[in-house]
Design a protein around this ligand. Structure first.
Ligand code: GLP
Length: 261
């Protein structure tokens, strides 16, 4: 795992967008794993800007999102399909047929979860998986006690997650109780993982995920098992990390990061 600390939210998101853009230019057929949430809005703004200003080409790439709420139509403003269309897909030259999210309205949710896993396999697996971290320490909607080898399935949301997402739904009562999410096992099979976390509300969970023990109570900690995982944080989200000087030295000196400094 590598940790990159940036001055602020904007710089952290810009760095993540540049890493994605670099990998997309190197492989126009890239299979991108995508995430939602307020943190990622900045990344998508940056990617849209790179498309408009530097002709970043999405025409051949495919995407798989981490998760989707159960019971929301794609047209619902709170569905993750709507979020993705609004923040990214509609604003770049991606082929809508290559954009994938689990269908939270499927008649048989278990069949839908298996279909989603099979589709990822059919595309050859995910090249770069973008992930955020929830206040419950989750990646995707892998709430505490999610098996570290879990696959795409339906998960019940914890009270912490329901509370975190309530403002968007105008109250906790309106937040769906379940979601389809890629499993922890699905996520860490991606060839590269990129975790972005910003703001002081994420500091405690970032410290647990990066420097704490691997535990299903903090599913983001499973990223420690990944051979190629980059964690990008701003100063606020980095506040509780103990080895910051070491992380800064690596970013400042290792040749791999030369183009990103
Ligand atoms: C939801 C998503 C997660 C995301 C988290 C954090 O729970 N399922 O994938 O990481 O929100 O969102 P935010 O960036 O708004 O803090």
């Amino acid at each position: 795992m590598e940790v990159i600390i940036q001055q602020n939210k904007e710089a952290a998101a810009a760095l993540v967008a540049r890493i994605i853009a670099h990998d997309l230019r190197a492989n126009p057929h890239l299979v991108l794993g995508l995430a939602t949430g307020a943190t990622m809005e900045r990344v998508y703004r940056q990617l849209v800007a790179l498309h408009r200003e530097q002709h970043l080409d999405f025409s051949l790439c495919s995407t798989f999102n981490l998760d989707e709420y159960v019971g929301l139509f794609p047209s619902d403003p709170n569905s993750y399909r709507h979020y993705m269309d609004h923040h990214l897909f509609r604003n770049v030259n991606i082929d809508a047929r290559n954009t994938h999210l689990p269908n939270g309205m499927a008649d048989d949710l278990d069949v839908e979860c298996r279909r989603y896993e099979a589709m990822i396999q059919r595309f050859g697996g995910i090249d770069v998986q973008l992930v955020g971290i929830g206040k419950a320490g989750h990646i995707g909607f892998n709430e505490p006690l999610s098996a570290l080898r879990s696959r795409t399935r339906v998960k019940a949301l914890t009270p912490t997650t329901i509370k975190q997402n309530a403002p968007l739904f105008r109250g906790e009562d309106n937040v769906p109780r379940r979601a389809i999410t890629m499993g922890v096992g699905t996520i860490i099979e991606a060839r590269r993982c990129l975790l972005l976390a910003t703001g002081d509300s994420k500091a405690a969970m970032v410290a647990k995920a990066v420097e704490g023990p691997i535990t299903s109570m903090v599913t983001a900690s499973a990223l420690q098992l990944h051979p190629r995982c980059t964690v990008v944080v701003d100063e606020e989200a980095a506040a509780q990390l103990t080895e910051k000087d070491y992380y800064r030295w690596i970013f400042a000196n290792e040749p791999e990061w030369q183009d990103y400094r």
